[in-house]
Write a protein that binds this ligand. Structure first.
Ligand code: ADP
Ligand code: ASP
Ligand code: MG
Length: 358
């Protein structure tokens, strides 16, 4: 079996969603597949900004809300041609929008937006898009990822309960339908049953967790570029597609800002030795990139370049640091006491300076 994940741009327009349908229906003729989808491009940001409008008492939240309804309605009107299917889908989508409207109204009335409410709001993006895709793909079955992607609340944030998730995914897919459609990104707190998520960009991770639990032959990440490239093509125009990457190289580039894959995605498939293929929904014939354990053609000294915004390099220097035991311990303790995470460290061999990336 295969797992295919389609990102926001791949479900963002009529053209891309029709390409998705073509890719998925072709694949499903060959083997059972699980398809993970993101929210329509830009909707996650809009769900969050509308919540901010509501909590600050800005009536414009109603306009933003209607814009989201309108965008989904227009999409359905164009792509679902069968009248009964369309009616059925409109009922599902409008029921979800009614719930969402009530939540926003509650936020607006009491001017309160807790983490829990925000997580509930942001989940509607994937719940809506996956229902649309499911209605469009012939013979597909829709499942709610919150039944088996479970998180726990620890150290002030939601983290995956990987053991429980792995077991629940296997149970849920003991019998594998020809095509299953899943909302990416969303999850459920194992103790409280509340809706949570895997973090921004987290649909890639949903797909990887399912692929790993079901021992998929391959995990395919379908996006808006021709594969994993030597740099972000939006920043460096001459960037080109890399044919093959090792898991470690991909992990390193993703952790340092190559947003084409959400960083936690690689580990679950890497330990199962499941290859990741990065493909372009707008150019399905393109070769894309394969990420796997061992790369045959690795003659190039540099694989790629990535960058992260919003970082600072702090350099602590002075001759009085030379040979003094415990200086670095003091620096790191001060940072840890303030909850600051360090992603890069370098110390001069003379010990007179330590640079820290935060
Ligand atoms: P999706 O909605 O499909 O998840 P994302 O926007 O999360 O798509 O990721 C795809 C984007 O990642 C590309 O449009 C590109 O601008 C950006 N990107 C950053 N670094 C790279 C890279 N090294 N290779 C390819 N794309 C990259
Ligand atoms: N829709 C979510 C986001 O925009 C998750 C994803 O696209 O992977 O972050
Ligand atoms: Mg992404």
């Amino acid at each position: 079996m295969k797992v295919l994940k389609f990102g926001g741009t791949s479900v963002g327009s009529v053209k891309s969603i029709l390409s998705l349908k073509h890719i998925v229906e072709n694949e499903a003729r060959r083997q059972p597949i699980v398809v993970v989808v993101s929210a329509l491009g830009g909707i996650t940001d809009k769900l969050l900004s509308t919540a901010q409008q509501a909590v600050s008492g800005n009536e414009a939240w109603k306009i933003s809300f209607e814009e989201m309804v309108d965008r989904h309605h227009k999409m359905i009107d164009t792509i679902i041609t069968n009248t009964i299917d369309r009616e059925d889908l409109f009922n599902k989508v409008d029921a979800l929008f009614e719930q969402l409207r009530s939540i926003y109204f509650g936020v607006y009335l009491i001017r309160d937006l807790s983490r829990k409410t925000q997580d509930a709001i942001v989940s509607y993006g994937e719940r809506l898009s996956s229902n649309i895709v499911s209605s469009m793909v012939r013979g597909s079955m829709w499942r709610d990822s919150r039944e088996f992607i479970k998180t726990e609340f620890a150290h002030g944030k939601n983290t995956l309960d990987s053991v429980l998730t792995n077991k629940l995914v296997r149970d849920a897919f003991a019998e594998l339908p020809r095509v299953t459609i899943l909302p990416g990104f969303i999850s459920c707190d194992r103790d409280t049953g509340e809706t949570t998520n895997l973090g921004r960009g987290g649909s890639d991770y949903t797909a990887a967790l399912v692929a790993a639990a079901l021992n998929a032959e391959v995990l395919e990440i379908w996006t808006d570029v021709d594969g994993f490239m030597t740099a972000d093509p939006k920043v460096i125009r001459s960037a080109y597609t890399i044919d093959e990457l090792s898991y470690v190289e991909a992990m390193e580039l993703c952790n340092f800002g190559a947003k084409v894959i959400y960083p936690p995605t690689i580990y679950p498939v890497c330990i199962k030795n499941i290859p990741i293929r990065v493909k372009n929904t707008f150019n399905p014939e393109g070769r894309g990139t394969i990420i796997k354990g061992k790369v045959e053609n690795d003659s190039k000294a540099i694989r790629g370049i990535s960058s992260i915004k919003g970082t600072t390099l702090i350099t602590v220097s002075g001759l009085s640091m030379v040979g003094v035991i415990g200086v670095n311990r003091r620096i790191f303790t001060a940072l840890a006491d303030h909850g600051i995470s360090v992603f890069l460290v370098s110390q001069a061999s003379s010990e007179n300076s330590t640079s820290i990336g935060v």
